[in-house]
Design a protein around this ligand. Structure first.
Ligand code: NAD
Length: 533
């Protein structure tokens, strides 16, 4: 295990405050990072503005070369990065490698290859004959300084997935990592420094909500927030007051629909992995399962059997499938939801308790006999719990799946391709997977984002890149010597000519259009002759 990337051990003025990195498995402090004060946030914004101009002026090939260097550094230092993520979040090493590092490498690689094509001006052909003398195009310009406020659950992949396109587009960035994952945040800053990113283009501002608020107060050009729906509302309000555009990637309550013709072996393994990966602390966790009555008993048996085989323990042991939850407060939230569910008739058929090994270790849990009166089916759980509700048929499953304020992702399990696609079309969600869960997040071409309480805007893919640029429409007149027929100098003749022109373009039959054209020769001349205005 390496030393903290920028752990502050030396003396600092008494007024300096710190953010501590805590190992959730032991409660031990493993690093301390200087928190940004209100003045330093303002200074960071001015520094970012200055740095952004130079960065955006660099050729795109040069900006992409920095992304390649970052990719190579992540590759070289991947084991050390995995150590830090594992220690700070408690997630198993396999997950740090697959869900964080592999994703970051692929994003940097993909964007470095695609950005120059995506930034090219795009022609906007004009279909209207009245406007054929013009040509237009869309230019992609940097936004300026973007703020990224990020959560702790994927502390490497989420910021990197947004920093990379922001940099490719020519922006400067203020990154506020979660106060629960400051070490990973500092490490990201260090990796980009080593990749040769000019000073000031990416600044990591450590701290909690107060630093996030202070960043928004400085009026960055756009805010990208990833976190809970509760905080998302506050961010939307703060941005709204200042008319700052935002992208909000919020929580989920993802449903999984298991139809009677689905592959139950695969579906049960996916439910168990999807419900418990990262100890259930993923926005794309499978939290609600709706299974058709005919196969419900067998499906539940499979889920219980597989849940009992999930190994819980310190993430540093290679044999652990799930580690600790991030903090005891999170464990209490899961317990509250389970108590409420049991009081309303739910049965806990696997797990349901803390492990004595440590306060933050919670057993992977399966609940059945659940319904939508329970918090467990309405609020985000964000812990290792899958709740299974038996439904009569696919229609009831779709109705239940859509009965939620969240709409991030969903999945449907069936061997019938057409049925799968039909159900996907009926689900309220930003993304739907047919016969898999959550893994679309790792597809760099796939947009990610939700609707309703799951937020707005998109990250990843070309659509996520489009969120990082200002699209400017430019139009060029090719015949500027001619006065426009719609300019002043109105007359009865011009009104008649305009009427005839509309008839030529939009009369409901071709016969009428041709007739108007033949008769309207003089009118067209009226339109064209207005060159002296
Ligand atoms: P959180 O909302 O508590 O905090 C997220 C970030 O916002 C942190 O950096 C925090 O310091 C900052 N913050 C808190 N209050 C703020 C305020 N008033 N102003 C400005 N910044 C503020 O979320 P969390 O506990 O870190 O993360 C878990 C949540 O994130 C879950 O709900 C999860 O579903 C969601 N999440 C969503 C996605 C997605 O892509 N949709 C991905 C990961 C996590």
């Amino acid at each position: 295990m390496s030393q903290p990337a920028r752990s502050i051990i030396e003396s600092r003025p008494a007024s300096t405050s710190f953010v501590e990195s805590i190992d959730p498995a032991t409660g031990e402090m493993i690093g301390r990072f200087e928190a940004a004060g209100p003045d330093s946030v303002l200074e960071a914004l001015s520094r970012a503005k200055r740095a952004q101009e130079g960065w955006a002026a660099r050729p795109i090939a040069e900006r992409c070369a920095t992304l390649h260097k970052f990719r190579d550094l992540v590759f070289e230092r991947r084991r050390e990065i995995a150590d830090i993520i594992t220690r700070e979040t408690g997630k198993p090493r396999v997950e740090a490698l697959f869900a964080e590092i592999l994703f970051a490498l692929d994003t940097a690689d993909f964007l470095a290859k695609r950005a120059s094509r995506w930034l090219r001006a795009e022609r906007v052909p004009h279909h209207n004959w009245a406007l054929k003398s013009k040509r237009g195009w869309l230019a992609s310009e940097p936004l300026g300084v973007v703020a990224l406020i990020t959560p702790w659950n994927y502390p490497f992949a989420i910021p990197v997935g947004q920093i990379v396109p922001a940099l490719a587009a020519g922006n400067a960035i203020l990154l506020k990592p979660s106060e629960l994952a400051p070490w990973t945040g500092a490490l990201i800053g260090e990796l980009f420094d080593h990749a040769g990113l000019p000073k000031g283009v990416l600044q990591v501002l450590q701290g909690g909500a107060e630093v996030g608020k202070a960043i928004i107060e400085t009026s960055p050009d756009k805010v990208f927030f990833t976190g809970s729906a509760e905080t998302g509302r506050k961010i939307a309000e703060a941005c709204g007051r200042k008319l700052i555009p935002s992208v909000l990637e919020l929580g989920g309550k993802d449903p999984m629909i298991v139809l009677a013709d689905g592959d139950l072996e695969a579906a049960s393994s996916a439910a168990v992995w999807g419900g418990f990966t990262n100890c259930g602390q993923a926005c794309l966790s499978v939290e609600r399962v709706y299974v058709e009555r005919g196969v419900a008993e067998h499906f539940i048996e499979l889920c219980v059997e597989k849940t009992k085989k999930v190994r819980i323990g310190s993430a540093e042991s290679a044999d652990s499938d799930i580690g600790p939850m991030i903090r005891e407060k999170q464990v209490e939230r899961v317990e509250t939801q389970l108590r409420d569910a049991v009081a309303r008739g739910a049965k806990i058929v696997a797990g349901g308790h803390r492990k004595t090994a440590g306060a933050c270790f919670f057993e992977p849990t399966v609940a059945t006999d659940v319904n939508h009166s329970m918090k467990l089916m309405r609020e985000e759980t964000f812990g290792p719990v899958i709740a299974i509700q038996v439904v009569a048929d696919a229609d009831e499953a779709v109705g239940m799946a859509n009965d939620s304020s969240f709409a991030l992702a969903a999945s449907v399990w069936t061997r019938d391709t057409k049925r799968g696609r039909d159900i996907a079309a009926r689900l309220h969600a930003g993304s739907v997977m047919i016969n898999d869960v959550a893994s679309y997040y790792g597809i760099t071409e796939a947009p990610h984002g939700g609707r309703g309480a799951s937020g707005w805007g998109r990250v990843h893919s070309r659509l996520g890149f489009a969120e990082m640029v200002h699209l400017k429409y430019v139009d060029e007149e090719r015949l500027p010597r001619f006065a426009k027929s719609w300019w002043f100098g109105y007359s009865e003749a011009l009104a008649g000519a305009a009427d005839r022109f509309i008839e030529i373009l939009f009369a409901p039959s071709w016969k009428r259009r041709v007739k108007a054209l033949v008769k309207g020769e003089g009118s067209l001349r009226t339109l064209i002759r207005k060159r002296d205005r």
